[in-house]
Design a protein around this ligand. Structure first.
Ligand code: HEM
Length: 435
């Protein structure tokens, strides 16, 4: 299918290679078609009206447990600070150990005894002290080495280009020029999770879909999405501390596994994304996976309403994942070439689908997915029409998400989202400097 046959199980810098695992997908998580189903799920009467989506039009699978009565439209007050349980969003965990986590090496090993955690002084959630951009970058560099030429996360990538056209529903739900309804040119980057440009395309890590929208006559708007429905840390503090505990010990040149285990035990949400990845086969193509925005944004509609929402880019081609055999036999690099072949035949399409929260859903914790039965609506279609012939290109000079707000799609109070733009900008500046 893809020519060369040799095994290269890539391990990210500082991280352990993830072995293929014979596992069942955890309940509520995709293996093959679930997200297509999810996209088709519509809005039941009360939830549709709640977000002003129009009852009946989106009618589909009825809202599940927890949907009680329609609340007034508008922004739901965010939950308080700290690590919280997402109401109704918790799902049964898989039977697998934590695997590779986006933006950091894998959380490995067994949870140590409480006594060991106490001895290490790590028996508690990460302290609530918001890290600065410099501290975030230092934490990255402590694990992956100095940022010189490539991104510390999703270092491997392929530039592409295309356009985005909003649906009438998208135009109604956002006043952003991106959702004006005309075809908006886009500079796109498909990435492979990990801190090295030699990361393996068969690894159980995330794939990325980053988009710079360039509406004519208006400011550009960036986003970076991943092929997992949740992120690897609930707060910036936990994110940074999770990197810091992975810093190699100068004496041994290796990270202290007991310290990592203790941190993960005290901050279990940092293991959720890794578990999802360990239980989910990697995408067979950049074009055959959903990409989640993960963070909550506020959509300001033409009607003046502000609606909290998360998005997912659903592949028009459907979801297809590698088999265990393909994970063993495919080469390290096949995704870019496979995408080139597809796009040469026809544009590759993704539908941008918004998901709206139900009562109790946590708006501010991207480690907690909202249940699949929440209202959804399609707000636009992304077409990928060109793929760079080789490495490099226009996307390399972009740090996706260095630009914070688009009018009409504003940041929520999600602290992880708010922690992103500054380190992205610092990272771009470091990797753009001439040697
Ligand atoms: C504390 C929160 C986060 C921090 C500090 C952080 C930091 C970074 C940094 C420094 C980069 C490299 C940027 C560059 O050099 O251009 C990056 C890239 C990336 N991040 Fe994050 N990130 C965070 C959260 C997230 C979340 C929640 C997602 C999921 C949607 C995400 C997805 C990505 C992707 C896809 C890339 C590659 C972008 C590209 O293609 O250029 N990040 N991140």
């Amino acid at each position: 299918m893809f020519g060369r046959q040799h095994l290269h199980r890539g391990a990210d810098h500082g991280g352990a290679g993830i072995q293929p695992l014979q596992v069942d997908a955890p309940a509520g998580f995709d293996q093959r078609s679930r997200h297509r189903e999810g996209a088709a799920h519509g809005v039941d009467g009360s939830e549709g009206r709640r977000w002003g989506l129009g009852a009946g039009r989106h009618a589909g699978k009825s809202g599940g447990a927890g949907v009680k009565e329609a609340s007034p439209p508008g922004m739901v007050p965010p939950p308080g600070p700290g690590i919280e349980e997402g109401g109704g969003a918790a799902r049964p965990g898989p039977r697998t150990p934590a695997g590779r986590t986006d933006h950091m090496p894998a959380a490995r090993g067994a949870i140590p005894a409480a006594a060991a955690m106490i001895a290490l002084g790590l028996a508690g959630p990460a302290a609530a002290q918001a890290p600065t951009a410099v501290q975030v970058i230092e934490a990255f560099e402590g694990v992956v080495g100095p940022i010189r030429t490539h991104r510390p996360s999703h270092a491997k990538g392929t530039c592409a280009a295309g356009s985005f056209t909003a649906t009438p529903e998208g135009t109604r739900l956002s006043v952003s020029p991106v959702f004006g309804g005309q075809a908006v040119p886009a500079i796109i980057r498909f990435g492979v999770g990990g801190s090295t440009p030699t990361a393996s395309d068969t690894a159980r890590s995330t794939r990325g879909l980053s988009i710079r929208f360039q509406p004519p006559g208006a400011a550009p708007w960036d986003m970076a999405n991943i092929s997992a429905p949740i992120f690897g840390a609930p707060t910036p503090e936990a994110f940074v501390e999770n990197l810091r505990v992975r810093r190699p010990d100068p004496a041994t040149g290796r990270p202290d596994q007991a310290r990592i285990d203790a941190f993960v035990a005290a901050n279990p949400k940092v293991a959720l994304q890794g578990r999802w990845l360990a239980a989910t086969l990697p995408p067979a193509s950049f074009a055959s996976t959903p990409y989640w925005g993960v963070n909550t944004f506020r959509f300001r509609g033409a009607d003046g309403e502000v609606r909290p929402a998360r998005w997912v880019f659903e592949p028009a081609a459907g979801v297809a994942r590698l088999t265990e055999e393909q994970m063993r036999s495919l080469p390290t690099d096949f995704l870019a070439e496979e995408l080139r072949g597809r796009v040469a035949r026809a544009p590759v399409a993704f539908d941008m689908v918004l998901q709206f929260p139900g009562p109790g859903d946590d708006l501010n914790d991207p480690t907690m997915a909202w249940p699949d039965d929440r209202p959804r609506t399609t707000v636009g279609r992304l077409l990928v029409t060109e793929v760079a012939a080789g490495p490099g290109g226009a996307c390399d000079r972009i740090s996706y998400l260095a630009l914070a707000n688009a009018p009409g799609v504003e940041f929520s109070d999600d602290p992880i989202l708010r922690a992103r733009p500054a380190p992205y900008a610092v990272s771009l500046s470091k990797r753009s400097q001439q040697p």
